[in-house]
Write a protein of this length. Structure first.
Length: 104
C-alpha cells in the first residue's frame, strides 16, 4: 500500500519538473515496484488456489502483468537514453492498457 500511495506525490513531482530525469525515474520505479508486488501476489494466490479454473482465467499473468512490466522497463531505458518524458508516456500507456484489460 505504501508504494501505491506514492503515485500522487510522484505525479506532482513529475508535473512540476517535466524534464527532470530524477522525477521521471522515481515515477517509473514506483510503477515497476507495483508491478513486481502484483506479480508476486498473483503467483502466491495462484499457488494457494491451484484448482480454481476461474481464478486462473482471471489472473492472466502474461497479459495483465508481464507485458506492462516489459513496457515499463522499455520506457525506463528510453528515458535514460535522453528523453525523460518517455517514462511518463510509457507509464500512462501501461495504465490505459491495464484499465482496458480489466474492463474485458
Amino acid at each position: 500500500m505504501f508504494v501505491i500511495s506514492l503515485i500522487p506525490y510522484l505525479a506532482t513531482f513529475v508535473a512540476n519538473n517535466p524534464n527532470s530525469l530524477l522525477s521521471e525515474s522515481l515515477y517509473d520505479l514506483d510503477f515497476i515496484l507495483i508491478d513486481i508486488i502484483l506479480f508476486a501476489m498473483s503467483r502466491y494466490l495462484m499457488k494457494i488456489n491451484d484448482d480454481n479454473e476461474y481464478l486462473a482465467k482471471v489472473v492472466d499473468l502474461k497479459n495483465a502483468i508481464v507485458i506492462p512490466f516489459i513496457l515499463l522497463i522499455i520506457g525506463f531505458i528510453v528515458g535514460f537514453l535522453g528523453y525523460p518524458i518517455a517514462i511518463s508516456v510509457v507509464c500512462l500507456i501501461t495504465i490505459i492498457r491495464s484499465i482496458v484489460y480489466s474492463l474485458r
